[in-house]
Design a protein around this ligand. Sequence first.
Ligand code: LLP
Length: 399
Amino acid sequence: MDFKQLAQKYQTPLYVYDFAHFSEQFNKLKEAFKARKSLICYAIKANSNLSVIKHFANLQSGADCVSIGEVKRALLAGVPKYKIIFSGVGKRDDEIKEALELDILMINVESQAEMQRIEEIAKSMNKEARISIRVNPNIDPKTHPYISTGLHENKFGVDIDTATRMYLQSKQSDYLNPIGIHFHIGSQLTELEPIKEASQIVADLVRKLQKVDIDIKFFDVGGGLGVQYDDEVLIQPYDYAQAILSTLSGLDVTIVMEPGRYLSANGGYFITSVLYEKQNGDRRFVIVDGAMNDLIRPSLYNAYHKIEVLSDNTQVSKANIVGPVCESGDFFAKDVEVPLTKHGDLVVIHSAGAYGFVMSSNYNTRPRPAEVGIINNQDKLIRKRETFEDLIALEKEYM
Ligand code: LLP
């Protein structure tokens, strides 16, 4: 990818996405599950640019959404309503109502109280809500605590006993139709065993439910497949599929997946330009024009992203790569060996296609970067760079 040319054409900071990589990832995963009925519902929270969602929709992807805004994005981008699921631990009444009006595939329910709410709302609309219950299998996924979700200490889902009770209740209701079951134990998973264990626990529940005539059609294994940021040993799609399939013998279910990071992370690059170099004592800083408001993963999770410095200089030394925001947490990398730079050299941050732009903010009144897609070998602007005017538009009239 010609980062220099892209930076010249679109300025920096800039997000660039390789759509061919997105396709490759999608196809690898789909292929791994070909022995069974499966539906990939791209977790659009990872990268919800409309062109990105549309690209996955064209590959026959569905969408996993966590707000009604995401549901609307998915529909707008061409995802058919019967492939859209709505998850999330705290859905508002208006969101539930709209999801029912839009007649999407199913709502993932995360608590007893939420199920009651959904039932009441469905009743008031004289509709039947298709639901799936998120089971918390109490499995340690062995990932970063902020993105671990499958333990009882986390706020997500309900335990097996509660889930069982909820299925029995929903079966009795005229306004609820339990068609699915769901689990998601965490993100950036690199170990297969916890996924297999969770799948086994949930599949056993499906068998139990079958005996009382509750017929689960969608077995939703969530997302979470890890990607290469550094030197991780990754779960291969084939092994992932085999692990899940091995727990499903005798069950006629459609396997639903909700991958986000796996599909989009490594296709994305964040390009930023060097503003200055400076030395504070024995510490070298490379100050770039991108910042934590644009890409927050290093600051928030201490996440590692591979950094590529495009410099003509061959002299290398340790430096911190930092942004201009007034926080010491505003860094992209610490103590990395990089060449000496001059004003205008580019720094490319890899694996920025997931949880990059979507987690950006306007902190410090910084307009968000533009987004560019490389689509059929051509670069295409898929989101304009924000302007100062965009940032103040909703405030100006009240002054
Ligand atoms: N399904 C559910 C219910 C989820 O909560 C998530 C992610 C996904 C699917 C997609 O997970 P993935 O396949 O992308 O791992 N901001 C964090 C990641 C937060 C993930 C939240 N849930 C990060 O930058 O690492």
